[in-house]
Design a protein around this ligand. Structure first.
Ligand SMILES: [Zn+2]
Length: 97
C-alpha cells in the first residue's frame, strides 16, 4: 500500500508541475500576443491624421522662429544662411551662390 501511495503522489506532483509550466507558457503566449495587439493599436493611433497635422503645425511654427525654408531647394536653413528675399521667396546662400 505504501508503494501505491507514493506512486500517485509523484504522479500528482509531475502533473501539477507540468500544468504550471503549461500555464506559464500559455500566459507568455497570451501576453506576447496582447503586446503585439497593443503595438498595432498604438501605431494606428499615431497614424491619426489629426494628431500628425497638429504636431507638424507646431513644428513649423517653432521652426519659423529662427529658421526658414528655402524656396529654391526647399531645405530648412538657419536665418544666418538667408541670402536674399525676392517676391516673398526666401533664398538660401547655397542657392544664391
Ligand atoms: Zn536653397
Amino acid at each position: 500500500m505504501a508503494t501505491d501511495y507514493d506512486a500517485p503522489r509523484k504522479t500528482d506532483d509531475e502533473v501539477s508541475e507540468d500544468s504550471l509550466e503549461e500555464l506559464k507558457t500559455r500566459r507568455l503566449d497570451t501576453s506576447s500576443s496582447a503586446v503585439d495587439v497593443d503595438e498595432a493599436e498604438l501605431a494606428e493611433a499615431h497614424e491619426l491624421p489629426g494628431a500628425d497635422l497638429s504636431n507638424e503645425e507646431l513644428a513649423v511654427k517653432v521652426r519659423q522662429a529662427d529658421e526658414f525654408t528655402c524656396s529654391s531647394c526647399f531645405l530648412v536653413h538657419h536665418r544666418s544662411q538667408l541670402a536674399r528675399e525676392k517676391d516673398g521667396k526666401l533664398i538660401c546662400r547655397d542657392c544664391a551662390a
